[in-house]
Design a protein around this ligand. Structure first.
Ligand SMILES: [Zn+2]
Length: 119
């Protein structure tokens, strides 16, 4: 059994979450800038559209991450942070350090990945 987080550990993870959120927001701003085409010639347009789609996908991924971070910060405020949303166990601090926005313990995430076929 793992231990619930100490207040110091929680503070550390909160700082990590806030930092990551800031980085993602900067990245998204950067991506948005890339979405503006600089010239209008035909050949370049196709290439830019491809780049646009990639940027859009990245932006979607980033915004999904920000949503998870926001959820984690909210859970921190109401005291439910650090608990697996599937089995209710305390997620080990070491795992939260690597992925502070996670909502599942390794066991639950592992079985979910097996079911959904994702790695
Ligand atoms: Zn679990």
């Amino acid at each position: 059994m793992s231990q619930p987080l100490t207040p110091a550990q929680r503070d550390e993870l909160k700082a990590l979450l806030l930092k990551r959120r800031e980085e993602l927001q900067l990245e998204m701003q950067q991506n948005r800038k890339n979405l503006t085409p600089p010239t209008s010639d035909e050949g370049g347009m196709v290439q830019r559209n491809v780049a646009r789609e990639v940027d859009q996908t990245l932006t979607d991924l980033d915004s999904a991450d920000i949503t998870r971070i926001d959820r984690a910060l909210k859970a921190m405020a109401d005291g439910s942070y650090g608990q697996c949303s599937a089995c209710g166990c305390d997620i080990p601090f070491e795992r939260l350090q690597v992925e502070p926005q996670t909502e599942h313990c390794v066991a639950c995430k592992g079985s979910w990945e097996k079911v959904s076929g994702q790695v």
